[in-house]
Design a binder for this molecule. Structure first.
Ligand code: MP5
Length: 215
């Protein structure tokens, strides 16, 4: 078993809770309360915008052979932001005034703190975690769907064959990186992967229940 597969087993309770979050089920069966998807859209737009900075920092620390694929991913993230902008227009959502919610802000800061204070292997682990989380989550929605959704473009985007290939490639790279890591670093990678799964859970929770600064 590769390291990436072992990570998923180690954090199985958190990963399962993330996938079984009602936000995903309700997105799939069309029972999501009004406005909830729009909350997710606004917050994830900010998440992706800030994620571009995280990936930029990751590139600065990456071995040379990883710079090009990671650089191309930054371009893909800019196209992804256009998808958010076009869906926002369709749904009548104003993205110009969005502020990050506490959870969105904390998750983005967690990513940035990781890439600035931890090893490349640890930083790559959280990157893989966030990408894998979205692939698994939206693939789960797609599997549960029995009717087309108004949010189909997002569902299809993160459950596509090309995104699957990207996430598989990240898993292979992580497996290779892990072979050169000592036992203590591997342990820290597992802890960071668990934290990533927990943030992903909280992100769905924030979308469903709302999450605003109290003051
Ligand atoms: C991703 C995302 C996937 N857009 N939002 C969250 C909260 N987690 C993961 O990342 P990407 O970079 O949009 O594929």
């Amino acid at each position: 078993m590769g390291f990436s597969e072992g990570l998923l087993q180690a954090v199985e309770p958190q990963w399962r809770a993330m996938l079984e979050h009602p936000f995903l089920r309700q997105t799939a069966d069309g029972t999501l309360p009004a406005g909830r998807f729009e909350t997710w859209l606004r917050q994830d737009y900010i998440f992706v915008r800030e994620d571009i900075g995280f990936v930029g920092c990751l590139i600065a620390r990456a071995p040379v052979e990883l710079r090009r694929p990671l650089g191309e991913f930054v371009v893909a993230l800019h196209s992804e932001m256009e998808l958010f902008e076009s869906m926002a227009k369709e749904l009548g959502v104003d993205l110009s005034t969005v502020e990050p919610s506490p959870i969105c802000h904390a998750y983005n800061m967690f990513l940035l703190a990781t890439v600035h204070t931890r090893s490349f292997a640890e930083s790559f682990t959280v990157f893989y975690g966030a990408e894998k989380a979205y692939f698994d989550s939206w693939t789960y929605v797609k599997r549960l769907q029995n009717q087309p959704s108004p949010y189909q473009r997002f569902i299809d985007h993160w459950s596509s064959d090309s995104f699957a290939a990207w996430v598989n490639w990240l898993a292979q790279v992580l497996d290779t990186i892990a072979t050169a890591c000592g036992v203590n670093e591997l342990k820290r990678m597992e802890e960071l992967f668990r934290l990533t799964a927990r943030y992903e859970y909280l992100f769905w929770d924030m979308a469903l229940k709302g999450d605003q600064w109290p003051v």
